[in-house]
Ligand binder design. Structure first.
Ligand code: ARG
Length: 440
């Protein structure tokens, strides 16, 4: 994340955010957070971030929880918290506490969303909060002989009513309650309301604020991006996962499978986590998507700008030879590009020499922000396959600075004499590139 200390940094950072601002306008995001957010006093800062999202024209549905507040109410009335297979059993007295607690949290949230203090990020904010009977619920019923009574699940979401509110520029705030056609109230979970709503609205994003930073692998490294299949593999692995992940990752899978483009699992403890996740390429937590965001494809003339941007820093460091826009335009069909999330993050070019059954792999580059993701290998393998399909037998590279990378990937050091005749005559003796060759 760039630290905006100098005006130039600030300008560069602000510009880098423009693509997100453009693509998020008019999109629907469902953002869910537990009652802890209000309890811990962290909600004020979150309000500022919601305000910013709303100001950018994002259609917002906020879903709040009220678990700590419900527990406090129960404790005050000396009532036992009762769970059956991880689901709260809501009897009539508990339901009373749920209504009171949810009502109280809701009022606090509405109050904070109404702030408009001068000299604060909320100056000039004019958030209208909409609430209502948008969620129809049904009882969960009897599980293994235990009647869960007023505990329910979402049966229907009133999409037309929600869209009407958002068309008027209102921010919808949903509570974890639902009503039945017989006039009953049901206690719902935050994650069920958020997931069902995101699916029903065909939302572009579903965001869960959790206690943990995101999904981690066995070595506790944050997994920044998971496809639905990878997410399922995480859940079915034998290791024990934090409660949060067990709760929210299945929701992310359910949402993505039902067409919600992206689900984000991020920490509620990091100030500005929502902004960091949404307005940066690498995000801050785990993003679950239906299928991979990477595509490796032949380059076209529209890619020249993106390739130039990728190559410039490497050319400036002397790692790659300088290529002009004209040269790239002329030779664009030699290039392949690797896109991540519609941004060019890698490229390479293949120059075949059929007479010598060889090909030069040139201009292999990967964006510095995307190191250690295996992109370089993926491009190299792709180029080797391309050369193979043209019946070529060896791949060579000329490099001054990245010899080790190629040696580690099966290339052997050679010299100028190994180059095809035509290439030999063009060899730049001043640059003193080393020649590496690999059989394919
Ligand atoms: N900012 C982008 C988005 O909101 C990408 C976020 C990537 N996040 C991640 N955890 N990998 O879609």
């Amino acid at each position: 994340m760039p630290i905006t200390t100098t005006p130039a940094d600030f300008v560069a950072w602000f510009r880098s955010v423009a693509p997100y601002i453009n693509s998020f306008r008019g999109k629907t995001f469902v953002i869910a957070f537990g009652g802890e957010m209000v309890e811990d006093g962290k909600f004020v800062a979150l309000t500022h971030d919601f305000n910013l999202l709303a100001a950018l024209g994002i259609r917002l549905v906020l879903v709040h929880g009220a678990r700590p507040q419900i527990e406090q109410h129960l404790a005050r009335k000396n009532l036992e918290d009762s769970y059956h297979q991880g689901i709260r059993l809501t009897d009539a007295e508990t339901m009373q506490c749920v209504k009171e607690a949810v009502g109280r949290v809701r009022v606090e949230i509405e109050a904070l969303l109404s702030m408009g203090l001068a000299n604060s990020p909320m100056a000039n904010a004019d958030i209208r909060v909409a609430g209502g009977n948008f969620i129809t619920a049904q009882p969960i019923g009897v599980i293994n002989g235990v009647d869960l009574q007023h505990t329910g699940s979402v049966r229907k979401v009133d999409v037309a009513a929600l869209n009407n509110r958002m068309n008027f520029g209102e921010v919808v705030l949903l509570s974890p309650l639902g009503y039945s056609p017989t006039g009953e109230v049901f206690n719902l979970t935050l994650e069920d309301v958020a997931t069902a709503t995101a699916i029903a609205l065909d939302a572009d994003k579903l965001v869960f604020l959790m206690d943990t930073d995101g999904v981690q692998d066995k070595k506790e490294t944050l997994l920044r991006e998971l496809t639905v299949n990878q997410a399922q593999a995480v859940l079915s692995a034998t290791r024990t996962l934090p409660d949060d992940i067990n709760l929210f990752l299945p929701c992310a899978i359910r949402a993505c499978e039902a067409g919600v483009a992206r689900t984000h699992l991020i920490s509620r403890h990091t100030d500005g986590a929502v902004l960091q996740e949404l307005f940066s390429d690498e995000g801050i937590g785990t993003m679950v998507v239906e299928s991979t965001l990477n595509t490796l494809r032949d380059a076209s003339i529209e890619d020249v700008g993106g390739i130039l941007q990728l190559l410039r820093p490497l050319e400036e460091q002397g790692i790659l030879v300088r290529r002009s826009r004209e040269l790239l335009e002329r030779e664009i069909e030699r290039f392949v590009v690797l896109e991540h999330d519609h941004r060019i993050v890698g490229c390479a070019a293949l120059y075949p020499f059929p007479d010598e059954a060889a090909a030069e792999l040139a201009c292999l580059a990967v964006d510095a922000q995307c190191r250690d993701r295996g992109y370089g290998e993926a491009i190299l393998d792709h180029m080797a396959d391309m050369a193979k399909s043209q019946k070529l037998k060896k791949l060579f590279v000329l490099t001054t600075r990245t010899a080790h990378w190629f040696l580690e990937r099966g290339f052997k050091e050679s010299d100028v004499t190994a180059l095809p005749a035509q290439k030999k005559s063009l060899y730049n003796y001043q640059r003193k590139s080393k020649v590496f060759v690999r059989k394919i």
